[in-house]
Design a protein around this ligand. Structure first.
Ligand SMILES: CCCCCCCC/C=C\CCCCCCCC(N)=O
Length: 527
């Protein structure tokens, strides 16, 4: 049975109501754009990939202290603009960098030994605040978790540290990592380095913003609906949503429940495409063998596909012309450079992307236990937040919770007790078609979002646009978000590059090609 009339009416009503409130919001918001602009990057050390920096540190061409200090200086320069790093550990990082330099001085085995044992030795790292980084806050933007400090390192963080990376601090997220704007009442709002009036994305928005601002070179993010890819898109950097189950998602807050572990991925975020693969290899640790990360990829032998939009969902807004054009340019370049044929495909099931994401996120686990309600995560143990009450409090500026979190808690009350068989059927059909299409040598281009970075708070009026990323979580596919230069308003353009399960090496190889062809990350201070 297709969607009922009632469901269609609900979707249209929602659009009408949000459009009405959006009009009012725009009338009430000040039209004056901020003239404040990020300073351009002046230190050339900030313009090198982590791979190049590690090599130079090993060869003693530059010291780890110099590199770490360059990044500290840049964070101090840009953070007052973007509010991305919410707690630093600069003093400890400088001490660790000094130890690295000493170790290199004393190493007798030579550069190769160091490269093999400690591939990221002395390179600065930033970490999303929702990951445990020993001694650092772990609040995930929840005011009631103020003061919670991580006592261990989350596995991917531990693996990066073991590879020699030096963490400089932790970065902002949306409240409980469940929104596409990184804003909460503990740390405030993170801004987009290309336009401070715009959002940095979420939930790994602090990571995206500080990478985009050149205050970091590599970082760690998580993604269950687009939380790596949306901020990477809005801030013009690279990010990889790994095939789930390869990089550990332990020691993050909030934990997953129900079947959500099947859709959540940890993965690297970075400014330079050449860092994606080595980072993923390190972060995957003992499970790296599952991915063919050492395989050579001949792009000419891949089969390429493009889906320009979701086919007209009732929930999402149409993809903007500049993003459609950007994806089309990729198609044309691939065809001209590689001699391949990029086939445009269309899956009608994508129109139900939001309902599929929402249904699967709410499925019970194997023992029939439903996932934790969002209101439970917002509240104290055993005392879920009372969403209506929080809404009233928010209206008079008294709630600790953000408006999106309150709306999400209200929205979950509208859920049906049983999943719709129609939606389950749509997901299964889509999964089958996508797996058949991609196989082990197929690569798909898909927009990351219907438009470039929106202004602050605007996602409240278009909350379902994240479906462009979210649907790929439910399908369990690896995706690399790639920048494609700047658009009409000087904001990053981009594309998602998708492959079949465990074929992460293919999307990483395409990311390298796209960086070479479209120029990769751009300095927001130089525009
Ligand atoms: C006016 C507000 C309406 C509220 C209804 C919102 C319904 C949308 C549902 C979920 C939005 C989740 C956005 C997820 C963004 C990234 C999540 C992630 N951690 O990967």
């Amino acid at each position: 049975m297709a969607l009922s009339r009632l469901e269609k009416a609900q979707a249209w009503l929602f659009r009408a109501v949000t459009s009405f409130f959006f009009m009012i919001f725009q009338l009430l918001s000040s039209p004056a754009a901020s003239a404040r602009k990020l300073p351009p990057v002046s230190n050339p050390l900030l313009l090198q990939s982590a791979t190049q920096l590690a090599k130079k540190i090993r060869r003693k061409e530059v010291s780890s202290v110099e590199v770490v200090q360059a990044y500290i200086d840049r964070i101090q320069e840009v953070n007052p603009f973007v509010n991305a790093v919410v707690k630093d550990r600069f003093a400890a990082a400088l001490q660790e960098a000094a130890q690295v330099d000493k170790l290199i001085e004393e190493e007798t085995g030579g550069e190769d030994v160091l490269e093999d044992r400690l591939p990221l030795l002395g390179v600065p790292l930033s970490v999303k605040e929702s990951y445990s980084l020993q001694g650092m806050p772990l609040s995930t933007g929840l005011v009631s978790r103020r003061g919670v400090v991580a006592s261990v390192d989350a596995p991917p963080v531990a693996l990066l540290k073991r590879a020699g990376a030096v963490p400089l601090g932790v970065t902002n997220t949306s409240e409980l990592c469940m929104w596409l704007e990184s804003h909460n009442h503990l740390y405030g709002m993170t801004c987009n380095p290309y336009d401070l009036e715009r959002i940095a994305g979420g939930s790994s928005g602090g990571e995206g913003s500080i990478l985009g601002a050149a205050g970091a070179v590599i970082g760690v993010g998580s993604d269950i609906g687009g939380s790596i890819r949306i901020p990477c898109f809005f801030n013009g950097v690279f990010g990889h949503k790994t095939t789930p189950g390869v990089v550990s998602c332990e020691n993050q807050y909030p934990p997953t429940s129900g079947t959500q572990h099947e859709y959540l991925s940890s993965g690297p975020m970075c400014r330079y495409a050449e860092d994606l693969l080595p980072l993923l290899k390190i972060m995957a640790g003992p499970k790296a063998y599952k991915l063919s990360l050492n395989a050579d990829v001949d792009l000419k032998k891949l089969r390429f596909f493009s889906i320009p939009h979701d086919g007209g969902s009732l929930y999402t807004y149409p993809v903007s012309k500049e993003l459609l054009d950007a994806q089309e340019k990729v198609v044309k370049r691939l065809e001209a450079d590689l001699g391949v044929k990029v086939q445009e495909v269309c899956f009608p099931e994508l129109r139900y992307g939001f309902q599929i994401w929402d249904t699967y996120m709410g499925l019970p686990d194997e023992e029939g236990k439903p996932p934790l309600a969002f209101a439970e995560l917002m509240g104290e143990p055993g005392r879920p937040a009372w969403a209506f009450w929080e809404l009233l409090k928010r209206m008079v500026g008294k709630s600790e919770h953000t408006m999106p979190a309150i709306f999400l808690a209200l929205f979950e009350k509208t859920h049906l007790s049983k999943p719709s068989p129609f939606i389950i059927q749509q997901k299964e059909a889509l999964q089958k078609k996508m797996e058949e299409l991609l196989g082990t040598d197929g690569v798909l281009l898909y927009p990351p979002h219907p438009r470039v970075a929106p202004k602050h708070h605007h996602p409240l009026f278009r909350p379902f646009d994240f479906t462009y990323t979210g649907i790929l979580n439910i399908l369990g596919l690896p995706v690399t978000q790639c920048p494609l230069g700047l658009g009409e308003e000087g904001l990053p353009l981009g594309v998602q590059v998708v492959a079949g399960k465990l074929q992460d090496h293919l999307t990483l190889a395409v990311a390298l090609y796209l960086e070479k062809t479209f120029g990769g990350w751009r300095d927001p201070g130089a525009k």
